[in-house]
Design a protein around this ligand. Structure first.
Ligand code: FES
Ligand code: FES
Length: 210
């Protein structure tokens, strides 16, 4: 054993540990990234678990928002947690239940599967944005008229799907409604009344462009 590896009884445990940590840091920092002087800057505390944020401009329900968010934030979490638009629901968070359905540029989208950063400059519409002031959207009204919900957790996603479906010129038969809204699950099993509500709204809205 060489002299430098030999245990030195005059070195305290504290001195030994400090030396080991300093050596570990020196070994793990590439030469080009080492701090130029001893006064290294303190790490910026992470927000939402990320040390890095990015600026994103979103247009939600016609309102522009300049946000600073975690680049990994989904559109769903950004709507709910950053913009407090909690009408859009998180069910599975894996693209399988439809509870998080919103419109992106008029088309149905599962907000749990999209990054907010992907939506820069897009027109995003949530359930909060479809009524006309105090006047409910005809699809919202039809859901109330036909008891198209029980607990209501899936309802905003169902309504956002139905609104887009009708605009696309679909929902002309019950079979079509069932098929094209099969991605919107309802744990309460309110499907028969959801179907009636969508058919009723379709009859009133067809060709109106709403
Ligand atoms: S929460 Fe997005 S599909 Fe279920
Ligand atoms: S009304 Fe309860 S999940 Fe659909």
């Amino acid at each position: 054993m060489s002299d430098e590896n030999r245990f030195d009884p005059n070195v305290t445990r504290r001195e030994l540990m400090a030396g080991a940590v300093a050596a570990g840091v020196a070994a793990s920092v590439p030469a080009g990234l080492a701090f130029a002087d001893e006064a290294a800057p303190a790490a910026v505390p992470a927000v939402g678990g990320s040390a890095v944020e990015m600026g994103v401009k979103l247009i939600v329900n016609g309102q522009p928002h300049a946000l600073s968010i975690d680049p990994r934030a989904t559109l769903l979490d950004t709507l709910r947690e950053t913009l407090s638009l909690t009408g859009t629901k998180k069910g599975c968070d894996h693209g399988q239940c439809g509870a998080c359905t919103v419109h992106v540029n008029g088309e149905r989208a599962l907000s749990c599967l999209m990054l907010a950063a992907q939506c820069e400059g897009d027109q995003i519409t949530t359930i909060e944005g479809i009524a006309n002031g105090d006047e409910l959207h005809p699809v919202q009204k039809a859901f109330i008229d036909h008891d198209g919900f029980q607990c209501g957790y899936c309802t905003s996603g169902q309504i956002m799907s139905a609104v887009a479906l009708i605009k696309e010129g679909h929902a002309t038969t019950e079979d079509e409604v069932r098929e094209l809204m099969s991605g919107n699950l309802c744990r309460c099993g309110a499907y028969p009344n959801i179907c009636k509500a969508v058919m009723d709204a379709q009859g009133k809205l067809a060709g109106s462009g709403i």
